[in-house]
Every structure is written in C-alpha cells, then in structure tokens.
Design a protein around this ligand. Structure first.
Ligand SMILES: [Zn+2]
Length: 352
C-alpha cells in the first residue's frame, strides 16, 4: 500500500516535470540558447531497438531497449529539429578544426545487437540518417551473448532453487525473483573486473551451477559479420566496443591493451578498413575509463572514444573521452535531454 502511494506520487512528479519540459520546449527558449552556446555535438547512446518488447527484452535489459515505434518517433524528431552529423564529422571537428553545424547530433549504438540491423537501420535509412555501431567483437566472432546478457538469462531462466556463488562460496536461495536479482548483482561485480578467458571460465561455471537450458539456434541476439559489413556498405560507421565487454578501468593494463588492440585488429580484418572509433563499456562499476585507458586508446590508434559520462562534446572535451546523451524512453525527455546537453547541461545518465 505504502509502495503504491509512493509510486503514484513519483508518477505525478514525473508527469509534472514532463509538462514543464514540454512548455519550455514549446517556448523555443532552449533552441535559441543552443544556437548561441559554443559549438558542440550531442552524441546519442542507444543499445537495442525491438519491434515489440518480449522475452529477449529482459535478457538485454529493459532499461536499454527502445520500442521501434518510440525509436522512429525519436529519429523523426531528430531529423526535424536538429542537424545530424557522423562520428567522422566529430573526429574532423577535433583533429582538423572543421566546424560542426549548430544543434549537431550524432547517433550511436553500443554492443552490436542483431535488432540494430533488423529494426533500427531501416528506420534510420528511411529518414536518411547515419549511425555508428560499436561492436563487442568477441560476441560477434564467437556468436555469443555479452556477459551481462548471459547473466540476466541465466538468473531469469534457471529452475534450480539453491546456488553457491563460485567467487565467495556464499550459498543463495534463488527460488524467487528478488533473490535471483540480488545474487546476479553480486556476481556481476566480479564479472565486470574480468576479461577474456578468465571471464569466460567464470561465466561457464555460473551457467553450469544454474543448470541452464541450451540456447536455440534462432535465439541469435547479436549481429553477424555479414550484417555488420552490410551496415558499413550502406554508409554507417563501425567502431569497437572491446572484445569481451569488460570495464577497462578495472582490469590490468595488459588486458586493457589486448581488449583495445584485438577488437580493432579483428574488425579491420573482417571489414577491410581502418577502425578509429571506440566506445567504453560500462558494466556495473565506476569509473569506466581513466587517464591510463585514454593513453591506451591513443597508443592503439583510435581517433575518438565515447564514454557514458553525460553531456554534449565541444572544444573543452578531448576526442578520446567524449561524453554522450542517454536516449530517453519518451519523446519529451528525448528532446529535452538533447536541448539540455547542447545548452551545456548534463542530462541524467545510466547503465551499460
Ligand atoms: Zn556495452
């Protein structure tokens, strides 16, 4: 009862906020302010776009999945109100001193989910928009889910009532959803600090302990190389999102270099071109980049790197640690977040 009253009060508060944002947006004031603010670009951050929300939504994570109709509304609004630019334009802005148009917005997707190809790309192309897709390369190469999706799937579908955490030996009763989520959160923090073989070994131990059903062949959630090459041929940009999606601020320097180098090398081999754009994964822990990782991205040969820090990217930023703007779930917040970022503000950020 108390929680339902709190929910109602939170809903009323967010409705009031959204109403105030709509009034301000209609006034045209944010648009005017962004035209006189220093030149910058709002780099939008998406993950997954699905025709309809269902079982795979929970595996990817509801907070990072947009419904196709909402995404289409976002893109129509972007095409009408803002000036779309590419990550190559952003790179030229930083390295060649080229101008960006006022109210510049770039579109990016993290991870490389198959729905980016099936659902998002046709919507983008209908409106003449170009995006950058950052690929978790090991997941594509080995046709497997990113580790945070594997953990979600494991704890959502397991039938076992008890489980022992292989990291700390803690016994868990996981017969209800709340305890499953708690157990998963606990083990996520350990996974985020690993990469490569060590991460894979831990995931397999967890999956064995949870006695999971096998994935069906039609459960492929990641793009394959043909689909990624097709996106490139159609004018989109492909970048790296590491090999195994670790938090690179929490793994050793050799592992950081391996994740940055190997993903770049493999993308270049599969696509036949130089890869210069990188996106930092943010699994669970903060920070998700450091001065050392910035140096590593430069050493490996990336020209831009985007983070999950919130805001627009302008002359005050460095090309190898660019903030982005989280793509809100509704149109008012979506437009508001971009306007706020372009005025120099910092819209709320979130997760993976
Ligand atoms: Zn990611």
């Amino acid at each position: 009862m108390i929680s339902s009253l709190q929910d109602n009060s939170t809903n009323r508060r967010s409705q009031r906020k959204r109403f105030a944002k709509r009034v301000l947006l209609r006034s045209g004031i944010p648009g005017l302010l962004s035209r006189v603010a220093p030149a910058s670009v709002a780099i939008l951050r998406y993950h997954s776009v699905q025709e309809s929300l269902g079982a795979t939504t929970d595996i990817i994570g509801r907070g990072i999945v947009h419904c196709a109709s909402v995404f289409a509304e976002h893109m129509e609004s972007l095409a009408k109100r803002f000036n779309p630019v590419s990550l190559d334009d952003v790179s030229s802005f930083f390295y060649e001193g080229k101008d960006l148009p006022r109210r510049a917005v770039a579109i990016t997707f993290d991870d490389g989910f198959r729905d980016n190809y099936d659902v998002a790309a046709p919507i983008l192309e209908r409106l003449g928009l170009q995006a950058t897709f950052y690929i978790a390369v090991g997941c594509v190469e080995e046709d497997k889910l990113p580790w945070f999706c594997r953990l979600r799937r494991a704890f959502l579908t397991t039938q076992v009532p008890n489980w022992t955490d292989p990291i700390d030996g803690r016994p868990w009763k996981i017969s209800d959803l709340t305890s499953r989520i708690e157990a998963r959160q606990n083990v996520m923090r350990a996974c985020a600090r690993r990469s490569g073989d060590s991460l894979e070994e831990l995931l397999r131990t967890i999956e064995r302990g949870l006695d999971l059903p096998k994935l069906e062949p039609n459960d492929r959630l990641m793009m394959n190389w043909d689909e990624i090459r097709s996106l490139r041929r159609r004018g989109h940009i492909i970048g790296s999102h590491t090999m195994s999606h670790p938090n690179v601020a929490h793994i050793g320097p050799d592992d950081v270099l391996r994740e940055l180098q190997e993903s770049k090398r493999l993308l270049e081999q599969r696509l036949g071109e130089t890869i210069v754009h990188f996106s930092y994964p943010v699994p669970t822990l903060q920070p998700h980049w450091t001065e050392d990782t910035v140096l590593a991205t430069a050493q490996v040969g990336y020209r831009t790197a985007v983070t999950c820090a919130s805001g627009s990217a302008g002359r005050g930023n460095r090309a190898l640690s660019l903030p982005r703007v989280v793509a809100a779930m509704n149109k008012t917040d979506f437009v508001w977040n971009i306007e706020l970022a372009l005025m120099g503000g910092s819209p709320q950020s979130s997760e993976l």
